[in-house]
Design a protein around this ligand. Structure first.
Ligand code: DOR
Ligand code: ZN
Length: 345
């Protein structure tokens, strides 16, 4: 049994990460690379990463910005124009590990996403054949849909039929927010999995309005009621193979968040592992943190577990108040505060 003050685990990976590009990439990547060995890199750049050549070039830019030893696991952005041949090329190239489905107009840079999944059935069939995972932003689009119902409706209308049509396809429902999603994934078989973010484990929707509007806690899908937050914590802390760590760290410039129409995304990379450790500690489940952070993801993605090990110690670590990126500032989750666990250097 680990002591209550120290925990040594296989080095963790982040199975859902936004790094952006240019100055922002260079500013945020060190915070991820200091604790995570690998990360699944989201393709929602502007313009999006829709083919293998764009993806190879983006990977090179990440590697140039990364410290030695960090491995970006790349993804492609699915559009209604994606062709099955692109999938074959992605599966063969060796560095693409998934293809991301953004339902059109649901979140940051999703305008090129998919409005009608009927139009991508040939591509999904190719992904199933090449065993390339589908990574899903699980929200139904439409102005008439209550924002807090979007995940549940997406599961009912889109994910359940898609799961039935492509039974061999590996699917990750990203950043789940509801007990409905946790229950669905727990019962959906070994080819279905979900990532869970630190902010959805830390905050219910109350946190968005805590003493005033809190733009740096705003993300999509929205955090939900406390009962849902508890269901997510139970799923993560269960150690079940279908739930694993994905931070969805999504940096935006301070002025874009603190705006009359603030954009969605929480930059949590500096605090993420400390938050996860605290959630597992509160649940009395520290011995299952390794499964969630370091074992379940590689098993699902069919990659080796990291051989390197890290030791987490129960000592406070300060979270920077803000991070400079080019001429902009980015405000981290818990910025100016601290987390209770840190990695021993
Ligand atoms: O809050 C979010 N921010 N949710 C997403 O799905 C995208 C992300 C981003 O790219 O900023
Ligand atoms: Zn994301």
């Amino acid at each position: 049994m680990p002591s209550a003050h120290e925990l040594t685990i296989a080095a963790p990976d982040d199975w859902h990460l936004h790094l952006r590009d240019g100055d922002t990439l260079r500013a945020v990547l060190p915070f991820t690379a200091r604790v995570f060995r690998r990360a699944i890199i989201m393709p929602n750049l502007d313009p999006p990463v829709t083919d293998v050549a764009l993806c190879a070039a983006y990977r090179e830019r990440i590697l140039r910005a990364a410290p030695p030893g960090f491995e970006p696991l790349m993804t492609l952005y699915l559009t209604e124009q994606t062709r099955p041949g692109t999938i074959a090329g992605a599966a063969a190239c060796g560095f693409v590990h998934g293809v991301k489905l953004y339902p059109k107009d649901t979140t940051t840079h999703s305008a090129a996403g998919v409005g009608d999944t009927g139009k991508i059935s040939g591509v999904l069939e190719a992904m199933q054949r090449h065993d390339l995972p589908l990574l899903v932003h699980g929200e139904a689009a439409g102005a008439g849909i209550d924002p807090f119902d979007r995940e549940k409706i997406f599961i009912e209308r889109t994910l359940i039929p898609l799961r039935a049509d492509f039974p061999e396809l590996r699917i990750v429902l990203e950043h789940i927010t509801t007990s409905d999603a946790a229950d669905y994934i727990a019962g959906a078989g070994e080819r279905s999995a979900a990532t869970i973010t630190p902010h959805h484990l830390l905050y219910s929707r109350n946190a968005l309005f805590d003493g005033g509007l809190r733009p740096h806690r705003y993300c999509l899908p929205l955090p939900q009621r406390e009962a849902h937050r508890r269901a997510l914590a139970a799923a993560a802390c269960s150690g079940a193979a279908s739930f694993f760590l994905g931070t969805d760290s999504a940096p935006h410039a301070r002025h874009d968040k603190e705006s009359a129409c603030g954009c969605a995304g929480v930059f949590n990379a500096p605090a993420a592992l400390g938050i996860y450790a605290a959630i597992f500690e509160q649940a009395g489940a520290l011995e299952r943190l390794e499964a969630f952070a370091s074992l379940n993801g590689p098993r699902f993605y069919r990659l080796p577990v990291n051989r390197e090990r890290i030791t987490l110690v129960r000592e406070a670590e300060a979270v920077p108040r803000c991070v400079a990126a080019g001429g902009d500032e980015i405000v981290p989750l818990l910025g100016g505060g601290e987390v209770a666990w840190r990695v021993r250097r």
